[in-house]
Design a protein around this ligand. Structure first.
Ligand SMILES: N[C@@H](CCC(=O)N[C@@H](CS)C(=O)NCC(=O)O)C(=O)O
Length: 203
Protein backbone atom coordinates (compact mmCIF):
# COMPACT_ATOMS: atom_id res chain seq x y z
CA UNK A 1 0.00 0.00 0.00
CA UNK A 2 1.23 3.48 -0.85
CA UNK A 3 1.12 6.68 1.17
CA UNK A 4 -1.42 9.11 -0.31
CA UNK A 5 -0.20 12.64 -0.98
CA UNK A 6 -2.72 15.43 -1.61
CA UNK A 7 -0.83 17.00 -4.47
CA UNK A 8 -0.87 19.67 -7.17
CA UNK A 9 1.73 20.33 -9.87
CA UNK A 10 1.58 24.07 -9.12
CA UNK A 11 2.07 24.22 -5.37
CA UNK A 12 5.62 25.14 -4.27
CA UNK A 13 5.05 23.53 -0.84
CA UNK A 14 4.05 20.28 -2.54
CA UNK A 15 7.13 20.66 -4.72
CA UNK A 16 9.31 20.69 -1.59
CA UNK A 17 7.86 17.32 -0.62
CA UNK A 18 8.32 15.92 -4.12
CA UNK A 19 11.92 17.16 -4.34
CA UNK A 20 12.61 15.38 -1.02
CA UNK A 21 10.85 12.24 -2.26
CA UNK A 22 13.05 12.21 -5.39
CA UNK A 23 16.22 12.87 -3.40
CA UNK A 24 15.31 10.05 -0.99
CA UNK A 25 14.14 7.59 -3.69
CA UNK A 26 10.64 7.44 -2.18
CA UNK A 27 8.58 8.58 -5.17
CA UNK A 28 7.28 5.06 -5.84
CA UNK A 29 5.89 4.91 -2.32
CA UNK A 30 3.59 7.90 -2.98
CA UNK A 31 0.18 7.82 -4.59
CA UNK A 32 -0.49 11.36 -5.85
CA UNK A 33 -4.05 12.57 -5.37
CA UNK A 34 -4.74 15.72 -7.37
CA UNK A 35 -6.28 18.08 -4.83
CA UNK A 36 -7.31 21.65 -5.48
CA UNK A 37 -6.55 23.96 -2.56
CA UNK A 38 -7.48 27.62 -2.81
CA UNK A 39 -7.70 30.07 0.06
CA UNK A 40 -11.21 31.17 -0.88
CA UNK A 41 -12.56 27.69 -1.67
CA UNK A 42 -12.13 25.16 1.14
CA UNK A 43 -12.06 21.65 -0.37
CA UNK A 44 -14.44 19.33 1.51
CA UNK A 45 -12.67 16.13 0.44
CA UNK A 46 -9.26 17.45 1.45
CA UNK A 47 -10.70 18.66 4.76
CA UNK A 48 -11.55 15.09 5.68
CA UNK A 49 -7.79 14.60 5.99
CA UNK A 50 -6.67 18.12 6.90
CA UNK A 51 -9.07 20.58 8.56
CA UNK A 52 -6.94 23.45 7.24
CA UNK A 53 -7.72 22.45 3.62
CA UNK A 54 -4.09 22.83 2.60
CA UNK A 55 -1.67 20.88 0.47
CA UNK A 56 0.62 19.06 0.88
CA UNK A 57 -1.15 16.60 3.19
CA UNK A 58 0.17 13.06 3.51
CA UNK A 59 -1.98 10.10 4.57
CA UNK A 60 0.29 7.33 5.86
CA UNK A 61 -0.32 3.65 5.21
CA UNK A 62 -1.81 3.25 8.72
CA UNK A 63 -4.19 6.18 8.12
CA UNK A 64 -2.28 8.69 10.27
CA UNK A 65 -2.26 12.08 8.55
CA UNK A 66 0.74 14.40 8.39
CA UNK A 67 0.84 18.09 7.49
CA UNK A 68 2.36 20.51 6.65
CA UNK A 69 5.33 20.41 4.23
CA UNK A 70 7.79 21.00 7.09
CA UNK A 71 6.58 17.89 8.91
CA UNK A 72 6.15 15.74 5.80
CA UNK A 73 9.67 16.49 4.53
CA UNK A 74 11.21 15.52 7.86
CA UNK A 75 9.06 12.38 8.02
CA UNK A 76 10.22 11.27 4.57
CA UNK A 77 13.83 11.99 5.49
CA UNK A 78 13.53 9.83 8.64
CA UNK A 79 11.75 7.08 6.72
CA UNK A 80 14.59 6.85 4.22
CA UNK A 81 17.37 7.49 6.74
CA UNK A 82 18.33 10.53 4.66
CA UNK A 83 20.65 13.45 5.34
CA UNK A 84 18.35 16.32 4.33
CA UNK A 85 17.92 17.32 8.00
CA UNK A 86 21.43 17.54 9.46
CA UNK A 87 21.52 16.32 13.05
CA UNK A 88 24.12 18.57 14.64
CA UNK A 89 25.18 22.19 14.83
CA UNK A 90 26.17 24.26 12.93
CA UNK A 91 24.77 22.52 9.81
CA UNK A 92 21.47 21.80 11.55
CA UNK A 93 20.76 25.45 12.34
CA UNK A 94 21.88 26.67 8.94
CA UNK A 95 19.58 24.14 7.22
CA UNK A 96 16.59 25.00 9.43
CA UNK A 97 17.24 28.73 9.02
CA UNK A 98 17.32 28.45 5.22
CA UNK A 99 14.24 26.24 5.40
CA UNK A 100 12.42 28.95 7.36
CA UNK A 101 13.61 31.67 4.98
CA UNK A 102 12.50 29.73 1.88
CA UNK A 103 9.11 28.98 3.42
CA UNK A 104 8.72 32.54 4.70
CA UNK A 105 9.51 33.93 1.29
CA UNK A 106 6.90 31.60 -0.20
CA UNK A 107 4.31 32.67 2.39
CA UNK A 108 4.87 36.33 1.43
CA UNK A 109 4.73 35.54 -2.31
CA UNK A 110 1.47 33.59 -2.03
CA UNK A 111 -0.19 36.41 -0.07
CA UNK A 112 1.23 38.98 -2.50
CA UNK A 113 -0.20 37.07 -5.44
CA UNK A 114 -3.61 36.79 -3.75
CA UNK A 115 -3.62 40.51 -3.07
CA UNK A 116 -2.52 41.59 -6.54
CA UNK A 117 -5.31 39.51 -8.09
CA UNK A 118 -8.01 41.30 -6.15
CA UNK A 119 -9.97 43.96 -7.96
CA UNK A 120 -8.60 46.66 -5.66
CA UNK A 121 -5.27 45.50 -4.24
CA UNK A 122 -4.23 47.18 -1.01
CA UNK A 123 -1.11 49.05 -2.13
CA UNK A 124 0.66 49.25 1.29
CA UNK A 125 0.28 45.48 1.56
CA UNK A 126 1.69 44.71 -1.89
CA UNK A 127 4.50 47.23 -1.23
CA UNK A 128 5.36 45.42 2.01
CA UNK A 129 5.45 42.01 0.29
CA UNK A 130 7.70 43.41 -2.41
CA UNK A 131 10.04 44.99 0.16
CA UNK A 132 10.34 41.70 2.07
CA UNK A 133 10.89 39.73 -1.13
CA UNK A 134 13.68 42.04 -2.29
CA UNK A 135 15.31 42.00 1.16
CA UNK A 136 15.20 38.18 1.24
CA UNK A 137 16.73 37.99 -2.22
CA UNK A 138 19.55 40.34 -1.20
CA UNK A 139 20.32 38.30 1.91
CA UNK A 140 20.30 35.06 -0.09
CA UNK A 141 22.50 36.63 -2.75
CA UNK A 142 25.07 37.39 -0.03
CA UNK A 143 24.79 33.75 1.09
CA UNK A 144 24.96 32.19 -2.39
CA UNK A 145 28.51 30.99 -1.86
CA UNK A 146 27.60 29.43 1.50
CA UNK A 147 24.64 27.70 -0.17
CA UNK A 148 26.96 26.29 -2.83
CA UNK A 149 29.53 25.10 -0.29
CA UNK A 150 27.12 23.49 2.20
CA UNK A 151 25.89 19.91 1.83
CA UNK A 152 22.48 19.74 0.11
CA UNK A 153 19.74 19.96 2.77
CA UNK A 154 16.11 20.85 3.35
CA UNK A 155 17.26 24.49 3.35
CA UNK A 156 18.41 24.15 -0.26
CA UNK A 157 15.14 22.43 -1.15
CA UNK A 158 13.00 25.24 0.31
CA UNK A 159 15.02 28.08 -1.23
CA UNK A 160 15.16 26.31 -4.60
CA UNK A 161 11.37 25.90 -4.56
CA UNK A 162 10.81 29.54 -3.56
CA UNK A 163 13.01 30.71 -6.47
CA UNK A 164 11.18 28.32 -8.80
CA UNK A 165 7.93 29.91 -7.67
CA UNK A 166 9.33 33.37 -8.48
CA UNK A 167 10.04 32.12 -12.01
CA UNK A 168 6.56 30.60 -12.26
CA UNK A 169 4.41 33.43 -10.87
CA UNK A 170 6.63 36.52 -10.63
CA UNK A 171 8.57 36.43 -13.86
CA UNK A 172 8.21 40.21 -14.27
CA UNK A 173 10.17 40.83 -11.06
CA UNK A 174 13.38 39.75 -12.82
CA UNK A 175 14.83 38.35 -9.57
CA UNK A 176 18.14 37.34 -11.19
CA UNK A 177 18.88 41.03 -11.79
CA UNK A 178 18.53 41.62 -8.03
CA UNK A 179 20.40 38.46 -6.95
CA UNK A 180 22.80 37.39 -9.72
CA UNK A 181 25.00 35.12 -7.56
CA UNK A 182 21.88 33.40 -6.26
CA UNK A 183 20.82 33.00 -9.90
CA UNK A 184 24.03 31.07 -10.59
CA UNK A 185 23.47 28.85 -7.57
CA UNK A 186 19.87 28.24 -8.64
CA UNK A 187 20.97 27.24 -12.14
CA UNK A 188 23.23 24.60 -10.58
CA UNK A 189 20.59 23.01 -8.32
CA UNK A 190 18.09 23.03 -11.20
CA UNK A 191 20.33 20.41 -12.84
CA UNK A 192 19.40 17.90 -10.13
CA UNK A 193 16.86 15.31 -11.26
CA UNK A 194 14.71 16.13 -8.22
CA UNK A 195 14.25 19.71 -9.46
CA UNK A 196 14.01 18.84 -13.16
CA UNK A 197 11.25 16.31 -12.46
CA UNK A 198 9.14 18.66 -10.36
CA UNK A 199 8.93 21.85 -12.42
CA UNK A 200 5.61 23.65 -11.79
CA UNK A 201 3.10 23.27 -14.61
CA UNK A 202 -0.37 24.65 -15.26
CA UNK A 203 -3.33 22.32 -15.48
N1 LIG B 1 2.76 26.01 5.69
C1 LIG B 1 2.12 25.16 4.73
C2 LIG B 1 1.59 26.00 3.59
C3 LIG B 1 0.80 25.15 2.59
C4 LIG B 1 -0.07 26.03 1.68
O1 LIG B 1 -0.39 27.19 2.00
N2 LIG B 1 -0.45 25.45 0.54
C5 LIG B 1 -1.33 26.15 -0.33
C6 LIG B 1 -1.15 25.67 -1.77
S1 LIG B 1 0.34 26.29 -2.47
C7 LIG B 1 -2.75 25.83 0.07
O2 LIG B 1 -3.05 24.68 0.34
N3 LIG B 1 -3.62 26.84 0.11
C8 LIG B 1 -4.99 26.65 0.42
C9 LIG B 1 -5.46 27.53 1.53
O3 LIG B 1 -4.68 28.35 2.03
O4 LIG B 1 -6.63 27.40 1.91
C10 LIG B 1 3.10 24.09 4.23
O5 LIG B 1 4.31 24.31 4.40
O6 LIG B 1 2.69 23.02 3.77
Amino acid sequence: MAMRLHWSPKSPYVRKVMVCAHELALVDRLELVRSVAAMLKPNARLMQDNPLSKIPTLVLENGFVLFDSVVICEYLNDLAGGALFPKSAPDKWQALRWHALGDGLLDALILWRNERERELPLQPLTDAFELKTLASLRLLDDEAQALAETAFSIGHVAIGCALGYLDYRFDALGWRGIAPRLGEWHAEICKRASFRNTLPVDG
